[in-house]
Design a protein around this ligand. Structure first.
Ligand code: HSE
Length: 298
């Protein structure tokens, strides 16, 4: 038998929660078809134009599936056909979608034998292939849905799903390339205590704001004094998008994952639409090709 999985795009970090917060988007989604095969091992078939590697050890979905199969005692073969709608390198969790979708699909074919936390563990091997880092802030929301807190990934993933009030998400993907590995390389390895205090105040405030549906608190907490000042330099239009989106009524936002996409959260759909217009205007003025999404947390 075979199954079809929709693997959502995700926003990692959520401004203040570098590597520990992420949420899933309703759109866009990759489509993945999986089936068990007689021949043991992993077969990858790409059904899009991105020319991603098909050798399982070099493919994000492949590496995640190989990790899962290592935990399956009987000989099993899995074939996955991937049609990506989430552009690789866009900053909305393209690699995580492939890895998460693959292990969720395989688990279903194998009778749901693994927990979600175990699936996160397997999928992190895929992230490692993509960027060299086993971060789970795209994978966890991809697998759990909604907003997730990654309290820890060692020794095992400790994932806390967070309830959240309705939120509209506007995303703009300016067509420049930023590699996650490069965007991590430039970060300072030490944080002054006063910045750390400000940041964990914001993370705690954001979590409390989500749980209590306190939109003002969510907005106040969408501030990053550690990562954004370094990374925003790589993204033309960043300051304009942020400032003008706030003026248009957005609660706040910033870089999606390691960029280049930017995202903004809004309470009302009309605000999210106004934000989308702002984003389009900024990048049209800069003469930079861009793509926008108006969606929700899923
Ligand atoms: N937390 C990771 C980073 C997400 O910001 O490097 C990458 O998508």
């Amino acid at each position: 038998d075979s199954i079809t999985v929709l693997a959502p795009a995700t926003v990692a970090n959520v401004v203040c929660g570098f590597d520990v917060l992420g949420f899933a988007l309703s759109e866009p989604n990759d489509t993945m078809h999986l089936r068990l095969t007689e021949q043991p091992g992993v077969t990858i078939i790409n059904e899009d134009d991105y020319n991603l590697p098909t050798e399982p050890t070099r493919n994000v979905a492949g590496a995640a599936l190989l990790a899962l199969l290592r935990a399956v005692p009987e000989p099993v073969g899995i074939e996955v056909r991937i049609s990506k709608a989430i552009k690789p390198g866009s900053g909305i969790g393209s690699s995580a979608a492939s890895a998460a979708g693959a292990v969720v699909g395989a688990n279903r074919l194998l009778g749901e034998r693994f927990s979600k936390a175990e699936l996160v563990e397997f999928a992190m091997y895929g992230e490692e292939v993509a960027s060299g880092v086993r971060h789970a802030d795209n994978i966890a929301p991809g697998i759990y849905g909604g907003v997730t807190l990654i309290r820890s990934t060692t020794p095992l993933p400790d994932i806390v799903p967070l309830s959240a009030p309705p939120l509209f998400v506007t995303v703009v993907h300016p067509q420049i390339e930023i590699k996650t590995s490069d965007a991590r390389q430039i970060l300072k390895q030490e944080v002054p205590l006063k910045d750390a205090i400000r940041q964990w105040g914001n993370v705690a405030g954001l979590v409390a704001g989500l749980l209590q549906s306190d939109y003002d608190l969510i907005g106040r907490s969408l501030e990053d004094v550690i990562i954004e000042p370094v990374r925003s330099i790589l993204i033309p239009g960043f300051a304009q998008v942020k400032e003008r989106s706030r003026e248009a009524g957005a609660l706040g936002g910033g870089i999606s994952g390691s960029g280049p996409s930017l995202f903004m959260l809004s309470r009302e759909e009309a605000t999210a639409k106004a934000v989308e217009a702002v984003m389009q205007e900024v990048y049209t003025d800069l003469g930079l090709e861009h793509h926008t999404y108006l969606t929700t947390i899923n």
